[in-house]
Design a protein around this ligand. Structure first.
Ligand code: BEZ
Ligand code: FE
Length: 278
């Protein structure tokens, strides 16, 4: 393997993976090299640009810690997260669609009784959230467990408030024997994804904005059904047509209706897909 040149180096690198014991790893590495090299050829990558790319990834690494994950953010704004979600969540018609998980879910959120206020002091306009969890056959799913999280009126999740120290606008509720759930929270507002790092600089340099339309996150679990990770978006919110992370599905948009007392009501039914048997 000497005197490799721009015409034969790709094949040489691919051949170097020939003895990879794991067939899937071999497939992934081979395809990755093919596409990376094709990309470099396509744009006629200069050495200076290659170094800028390395510097960008280095800065993504430096800003990443247990609270900030710049690489996931990068995947999100490049549409890779949503593409992966879409490819792996092809459900039968009628099931609630999945969308991006995002970086703000927290394990071990507090459990609430039906009807409780999960805002727990978070700033925002009161909103009641209710609906039913069912299967594709329309039968309710009793005891479905729903992990819910959202940002406050300032567009910040509790974990983004430096010294808060307790959960706000997040919690776990369990649907009743008829699959019905209801809880109180606050109205979601559009917010900007973290953009004070390299991903934000990339958005700025490419004339893109960092905003997401107003949404409430749900992770719904029930025995015998696939876990559903999704959002419910607020109709007429800004950025529904230009979500920075490409997560909007029309079937997930619903009207959050203002009530006579000024509070809001958001009603949404979730339809889960039975666990697939392969
Ligand atoms: C979110 O909705 O919480 C989110 C998703 C992707 C990137 C940043 C935030
Ligand atoms: Fe979010």
């Amino acid at each position: 393997m000497r005197n490799l040149n721009q015409d034969n180096i790709t094949q040489a690198v691919i051949a170097s993976f020939a003895k990879t014991p794991d067939a899937r790893l071999k497939e992934i590495m081979t395809s990755l090299v093919q596409h990376l090299h094709a990309f470099a050829r396509d744009v006629k990558l200069t050495e200076e640009e290659w170094f800028q790319g390395i510097d960008f990834l280095t800065r993504c690494g430096h800003i990443t810690d247990d609270k900030r994950q710049e690489f996931i953010l990068l995947s999100d704004v490049l549409g890779l997260s949503m593409l992966t979600v879409a490819m792996n969540n092809d459900k039968p018609a009628g099931c609630t669609e999945a969308t991006v998980f995002g970086p703000f879910h927290v394990e071990g959120a507090p459990h609430y009784e039906l009807g409780d206020d999960i805002a727990n002091g978070a700033k925002g306009t009161p909103c009641t959230v209710r609906g039913t969890v069912k299967g594709i056959d329309g039968q309710p799913i009793p005891g479905a467990v729903m992990d819910v999280w959202q940002s406050d009126d300032d567009g910040l999740y509790d974990v983004q408030h430096a010294d808060l120290g307790h959960a706000q606008a997040r919690g776990i509720v369990t649907a009743d024997a008829e699959g019905k759930y209801h809880f109180r929270s606050i109205v979601a507002v559009p917010y900007a994804i973290p953009h004070d790092g390299p991903v934000g600089q990339m958005l700025e340099a490419t004339g893109r904005h960092p905003w997401r339309p107003a949404h409430l996150h749900f992770m719904v679990k029930a025995p015998g059904y696939e876990t559903l990770i999704t959002h419910v978006f607020r109709d007429h919110s800004d950025y529904l047509d230009s979500d920075a992370v490409f997560g909007v599905r029309q079937s997930l948009v619903c009207d959050w209706v203002q009530q006579t007392d000024g509070s809001y009501l958001m009603e949404y039914d979730f339809v889960l897909n039975p666990t697939r048997t392969r």
